[in-house]
Ligand binder design. Structure first.
Ligand code: FPP
Length: 254
């Protein structure tokens, strides 16, 4: 089987069970293409989101098996509220459904659940399901599964700037003390390493307001399958591409 990875160029990659190099510590995924996957089958968009949940389950298992330390998944953006209310309601119930069936496995696999995003605005049942998973896995030491939920990067940066300004005005921090670490510490991802690899399936080549600060030096991989069709071999292929990239972080190879 082969498929295309898009970037500045498109190339066919062959599939493997395991990557040949070191796996990235933090992988972030924009789970895109649920609606188109459903439309191609003459199904409602919600069926695509449900299939997306199944793909998420598979991907969590794969990421854990491969030894990835942090997996961040974009489950709902601050812009997704603009969708029809039926779709929004469905998306807001998915964390409940997923955690009801999968939390025992996450606990058994020592996975720690976290959330990046604005809690305000989430329905109580969504917050309760996420909070329950966060508290039941808080002391786990294995892979971190970070749900980006009601998340938007620009709004997150505005929130950080406001908090920092407040600390300066309260004299808890001086103007000169503000640096990149200060900003990182005020983002929802505080305490997590920045993503090394961003994967976006579905063929779209954009970031869609996702982790704009944190992705500064990430390798980007765009892959032309819809998220519900994303499988272990796609994750391995993306990691394989990552392993071949030459990461210089703005420096040069001596
Ligand atoms: C974008 O695809 C996807 C979303 C807005 C939702 C992503 C959610 C899931 C994959 C399910 C996650 C499950 C849990 C448990 C949180 P789209 O609908 O915009 O697709 P399209 O671009 O093809 O229309």
């Amino acid at each position: 089987m082969s498929f295309s990875l898009k970037g500045l160029f498109t190339k066919k990659v062959s599939t493997k069970e395991e990557p040949s190099g070191e796996v990235p510590r933090h992988v972030a995924i924009i789970m895109d293409g649920n609606g188109r996957w459903a439309a191609h089958r003459g199904l409602p968009r919600t069926a695509g989101h449900h299939a997306g949940m199944v793909a998420l389950r598979r991907t969590i298992r794969s990421a854990n098996d491969l030894g990835i330390a942090v997996l961040t998944v974009y489950a709902f953006s601050t812009e997704n509220w603009n969708r029809p209310s039926r779709e929004v309601d469905f998306l807001m119930r998915l964390p409940n459904e997923f955690l009801r069936t999968d939390l025992p496995e996450l606990i058994e696999k020592n996975v720690r659940v976290t959330m990046s995003g604005f809690r305000e605005g989430l329905p109580k049942h969504t917050k309760d399901a996420i909070d329950d998973a966060i508290s039941k896995t808080a002391t786990n030491t294995g892979m971190v599964l970070n749900f980006a939920l009601n998340y938007g990067s620009r709004a997150e940066i505005v929130k950080a700037v406001r908090e920092i300004a407040e600390e300066v005005s309260q004299k808890q921090l001086t103007f000169d003390e503000i640096d990149e670490v200060t900003v990182s510490q005020h983002l929802y991802t505080a305490g997590l390493p920045d993503p090394d690899l961003l994967i976006r399936p579905s063929g779209e080549i954009r970031l869609s307001n996702f982790l704009l600060w944190q992705l500064a030096y990430a390798e980007l991989c765009f892959i032309d399958v819809y998220w519900p069709d994303f499988k272990h071999e796609h994750l391995v292929a993306a990691i394989e591409v990552y392993c071949k990239r030459d990461r210089r972080f703005g420096g040069i190879k001596l």
